[in-house]
Design a protein around this ligand. Structure first.
Ligand code: LLP
Length: 417
C-alpha cells in the first residue's frame, strides 16, 4: 500500500491532492503521510512481537515534534544524541524510561539534563565519558544506568560517511577493550551497568553485517554473565536501509527473523533504534520550478528548494527520485534539477531523464522523510521550509515556514558598533 499515488494524473498524499496544499501554503514544503508513518512503525514493531523489545525511534532522522508525537502515542521510545534531541523527545511526550542516549561527545550539562529526566540509559562511548558520568551522578545523588557502546568492527557495506562500526570510526569502544571498560564500570559506585549496545551504520541493504555484529555482542554478553554482570538490554542500534531507487533491503520481518534466531533464548530486552526505515519513505519535498535554461550541453530545471533544504544529494551523492505533481505523458528529457543556492553542489539530480518541467510546475522529490528537514540549514539566508502532515483527507501544518525575522533570531549588534 502506497500513500503517495497518482489519481487521474494528480499526485496525492493519502486523500489530498498535493497541488492543493502547495496552493494554500506555498513552496517548498516537506510533506508527510501519517498512514505511512504509522504503518512502518507498526510493521517494524510487530516483527519483534514475540520477543521483549523496545523500538527507540532515532530522533536525528526526523526530529519534528508532530512526528515524534506519533511514536509517543504508539508507545515508542527514542534514541537521542544531544540535549536538544532529548528536549524534543520529552516535549513530544515520549516516556523518559523509553529514551536511550548515544553520542561520543555528551557534555556535562547534557548528562545532568538526562539524569534529571530519568532516561532509560546512556550508551557510553568512552572511558572518560564513563568517569564524568559517574561523578555527575554522584553529585546529583543518583545512579546512571548505562550500556557500553561497542564498536564491533564489522564492514557495513554502505556509503563511507554512513559507516560507524569500523575500527577507524570514532564511535563506541573497541571490541577488544570493551571488557576492561565493563570491569572499570563495575568499580564505579554511581554507575549501574545494564546493557550492551552498538550501531554499525546506516542505509544497510544487506543483513549479514547486522548478524555479525549481533553475534559479537552475544559473545560479549556471555563473558559479562561469567563476570557476574546483570545485563538486561542488548541494543543493536538502527541502520536498516530503504529503497531510494532499486536497492533491495531486507523487509523488517526478514530482519527480525534473522536476529531472533541468534538471541531468542537469551532472556534479554532487545532495543532497536530505527530511523530511516520508519520515516524515510513517509515524506517528500515539494518544490516549484522557477526557471528552465539550456546551455550548449546541459538543460537545467531551477526549483525553489535548494541544498540547504535537502543536502543528501550533494553530501553523499545520494539518489532521490523526481516525480511530477501533475503527470504530463510527454517525452522525458535529460536535465539537472538544481536549486537557487550559489554553489555548484546545489543539485538534486544530475543528467537524469525527467518530465519536461516548465516554469510553475510542481516537483516532488521522493524519499525525503529521513535526514532531510533534520539536516536543513539557513545557508544563503534561506528560511527553512514548512512541514505538513496529511491524515486521510486532512492536512495540517506541523511547522510554519521560517520568516526573515526567524533568520535573525538571537542576533545582536555589539555596543561598540
Ligand atoms: N542509532 C545511532 C546511534 C545512530 O547513529 C543512527 C544514525 C541511528 C540509530 C539511526 O540509523 P538509521 O536507522 O536511520 O539508519 N545523514 C545520513 C545518515 C546518518 C546516520 C547517523 N546515525 C543520511 O542522510 O543518510
Amino acid at each position: 500500500m502506497h500513500y503517495f499515488v497518482y489519481k487521474n494524473d494528480d499526485l496525492y498524499c493519502e486523500n489530498v491532492p498535493i497541488a492543493d496544499i502547495a496552493e494554500q501554503i506555498g513552496t517548498p514544503f516537506y510533506l508527510y503521510s501519517y498512514a505511512t508513518i504509522t504503518r512502518h512503525f507498526r510493521v517494524f514493531g510487530d516483527a519483534f512481537n514475540d520477543l521483549d523489545h523496545l523500538t527507540c525511534f532515532s530522533v536525528k532522522s526526523n526530529s519534528s515534534l508532530a512526528i515524534l508525537r506519533i511514536f509517543a502515542l504508539h508507545g515508542g521510545g527514542a534514541d537521542v544524541v544531544s540535549g536538544g534531541e532529548l528536549f524534543r523527545a520529552l516535549r513530544a511526550g515520549i516516556a523518559p524510561d523509553k529514551i536511550v542516549y548515544s553520542g561520543v561527545g555528551k557534555t556535562l550539562e547534557e548528562m545532568k539534563l538526562a539524569l534529571n529526566s530519568n532516561i532509560l540509559m546512556f550508551n557510553v562511548e568512552s572511558d572518560q565519558e564513563l568517569q564524568l558520568l559517574n561523578i555527575t551522578a554522584k553529585d546529583m545523588g543518583c545512579k546512571a544506568t548505562i550500556a557500553i557502546r561497542i564498536n564491533p568492527e564489522v564492514e557495513p557495506k554502505t556509503h563511507p560517511y554512513l559507516a560507524t562500526g569500523h575500527s577507524e570510526n570514532k564511535f563506541g569502544i573497541p571490541l577488544k577493550d570493551s571488557l576492561n571498560t565493563y570491569e572499570s564500570a563495575k568499580q564505579l559506585e554511581n554507575i549501574d551497568v545494564k546493557g550492551i549496545s552498538c550501531h554499525i551504520g546506516s542505509q544497510l541493504t544487506d543483513i549479514d553485517p547486522f548478524l555479525e555484529a549481533l553475534r559479537k555482542l552475544k559473545d560479549i554478553l556471555k563473558e559479562l554473565t561469567k563476570m557476574a554482570f546483570d545485563i538486561k538490554f542488548l541494543n543493536l542500534g538502527g541502520g536498516l536501509g530503504i529503497t531510494y531507487s532499486n536497492e533491495k533491503p531486507p523487509h523488517p520481518l526478514e530482519y527480525a527473523k534473522a536476529l531472533k534466531e541468534i538471541i531468542r533464548k537469551d532472556n534479554i530486552t532487545l532495543i532497536l533504534e530505527p530511523g530511516r526505515v520508519i520515516i524515510g519513505n513517509a515524506g517528500i519535498l515539494v518544490t516549484r520550478v522557477l526557471y528552465t535554461k539550456s546551455t550548449k550541453n546541459k538543460r537545467f530545471i531551477i526549483v525553489d528548494a535548494g541544498m540547504n533544504d535537502l543536502i543528501r544529494p550533494t553530501l553523499y551523492n545520494s539518489f532521490h527520485a523526481i516525480q511530477p505533481v501533475k503527470m504530463t505523458h510527454s517525452e522525458m528529457l535529460v536535465a539537472d534539477l538544481v536549486g537557487p543556492v550559489c554553489e555548484t553542489g546545489d543539485f538534486f539530480v544530475k543528467d537524469k531523464k525527467m518530465p519536461p518541467f516548465k516554469s510553475g510546475d510542481l516537483v516532488a522529490i521522493m524519499s525525503a522523510g529521513a535526514y532531510s528537514f533534520s539536516m536543513a540549514s539557513n545557508y544563503n539566508s534561506r528560511p527553512r521550509p514548512a512541514e505538513v502532515m496529511v491524515k486521510g483527507k486532512l492536512f495540517s501544518l506541523i511547522r510554519s515556514r521560517e520568516t526573515y525575522n526567524d533568520l535573525i533570531h538571537g542576533e545582536v549588534f555589539p555596543k561598540f558598533l
